[in-house]
Design a protein around this ligand. Structure first.
Ligand code: GLY
Ligand code: MN
Ligand code: MN
Length: 445
């Protein structure tokens, strides 16, 4: 597996920034547990994104403690890592592990201890802290452990030691930080996007009638791993014909038929950053007239949505822009009846467009961060935000639907960075116009 590159000062800066935002108290941030797939086989390990964001450390059985410190008493802020001990015997079987001493040096922590010392050390660290920042409810096993540590400190009350009186969700503070990507993160997201874009273009080149969906999925896995990505960012959707009308279809086991469209939603994870691209194209390389009508409608709605993704616009502006175009098209193509306002008001368009137009993108494919502010208004887009723009149209057979559109499912999804003056489409190398798709596919040998 390709190892993740890290940048000590980037991660150190994030910890410092979080400790300043905490202002006081202690944060406890465990990484994700390993997960069994079946019997004694594990799923490929994926660390927790919050933990990773603050450490760059990818080993399981690790936990970060941050102590905000206190300017008036002179107590300095402190980052402490708990991780697995070095263990030559285990390393022979499972591979390298840093051990606390080397991890402390390599990742720039102030202190590091064995994960086996958690129960001994953490209650001491919690003693006399005013506030605990912890993601209560994310993992019941950690919740039980943290509760036990708190109770241990509470039992010392008569000796004059106080437990934190307040518990706050550390994720809220980190979510705000994760919403605005740094130059370091944007560089990774561009590279992740480029790998996925090249894979989508390649998929168009190799697709032809009678191939199987899983053969195309295999092209993506090959492209991702051979380009240095560590994993797909999510299970690829490779949906021929009517399968595209199942939004989360991922059986990927059908034959691709001449005359059908193929919808592929696939992206990779590069050094922990996700790309998320959907392209839809004809299996035989040439759009039929109804396919082209709906495809160009979705493409126009996507271009309108991308145009609306700019600083100062609110989160929902791209969705509203996409809907405006889609609904007019649904009326023109006799999929919906009535005026645009009436269709928007009644929501009848949801028969064909039932999801939203995007989500934040980053360490998680559906990334951290609120979509509304505390007053309940949509958040304003700001430079450094990264999001997807992914309108679609899914036509299941129904009496009220012209038959030539039946079983057409289309989505076009790009990854967009908000810049100071507008946006940058990170996935712009994945081709998407009818002309470009047909030209590329006609060059198949
Ligand atoms: N691939 C998941 C999504 O598009 O949201
Ligand atoms: Mn998406
Ligand atoms: Mn997607």
């Amino acid at each position: 597996m390709n190892t993740i590159k890290f940048n000590v000062s980037e991660f150190n800066t994030r910890r410092q920034k979080l400790m300043v935002t905490m202002h006081e108290g202690i944060a406890i941030i465990p990484t994700a547990p390993e997960a069994i797939r079946n019997r004694d086989s594990h799923y490929p390990y994926r660390f927790d994104s919050y933990f990773y964001y603050l450490t760059g450390f990818t080993e399981p059985e690790s936990l970060l403690v941050l102590i905000a410190g206190n300017v008036s008493t002179g107590e300095p802020p402190k980052s402490i890592l708990f991780c697995r001990d070095k263990d030559i015997e285990r390393e022979i079987w499972d591979g390298f592990r840093y051990g606390p001493e080397d991890a402390m040096q390599a990742f720039g922590f102030d202190e590091a201890y064995s994960i086996n010392q958690l129960d001994l050390i953490v209650p001491k660290l919690l003693s006399n802290q005013t506030k605990l920042f912890y993601s209560l409810g994310a993992d019941i096993q950690w919740d039980a452990r943290v509760t036990a540590w708190l109770n241990e400190v509470r039992n010392l009350a008569r000796t004059g030691i106080a437990a934190p009186a307040e518990i706050a969700d550390v994720r809220q503070l980190v979510d705000n930080m994760r919403l605005t990507k740094s130059t370091f993160e944007i560089d990774l997201m561009r590279r992740s996007a480029n790998i996925a874009a090249a894979a989508h273009n390649r998929a168009m080149l190799v697709t032809k009638p009678l191939k199987k969906e899983y053969e195309i999925e295999a092209e993506f896995l090959h492209a991702f791993y051979s380009s240095g990505a560590q994993a797909p960012a999510y299970t690829s959707i490779v949906a021929g014909g009517a399968n595209a009308c199942t939004l989360h279809y991922n059986a990927n086991n059908c034959v691709l038929n001449d005359g059908d469209l193929l919808l592929i939603d696939a992206g990779c994870e590069l050094d922990s950053y996700a790309s998320d691209i959907t392209r839809t194209f004809p299996v035989n390389g040439k759009f039929s007239a109804p396919q082209k009508d709906l495809y160009e409608l979705v493409l126009n709605s996507q271009l309108a949505a991308i145009e609306a993704a700019k600083p100062g616009n609110h989160w929902n502006a791209p969705h509203e822009a996409a809907l405006d175009v889609l609904v007019q098209g649904f009326i023109d193509f006799q999929l919906c009846k009535g005026s645009k306002d009436a269709v928007l008001e009644s929501g009848s368009y949801r028969q064909f467009y039932m999801h939203r137009t995007g989500h934040w993108l980053g360490l998680d494919v559906h990334d951290a961060g609120d979509y509304k502010d505390k007053a309940g208004n949509w958040s304003l887009l700001q430079a450094g935000n990264t999001l997807t723009v992914e309108p679609g149209c899914y036509v299941r057979p129904a009496d009220n639907v012209p038959q030539h559109f039946w079983n057409i499912g289309i989505r076009i999804e790009d990854d967009v960075l908000i810049t100071a003056n507008g946006n940058e489409v990170l996935t712009k190398n994945a081709i998407k116009t009818v002309v470009d798709i047909e030209a590329l596919m006609s060059s198949q040998h």
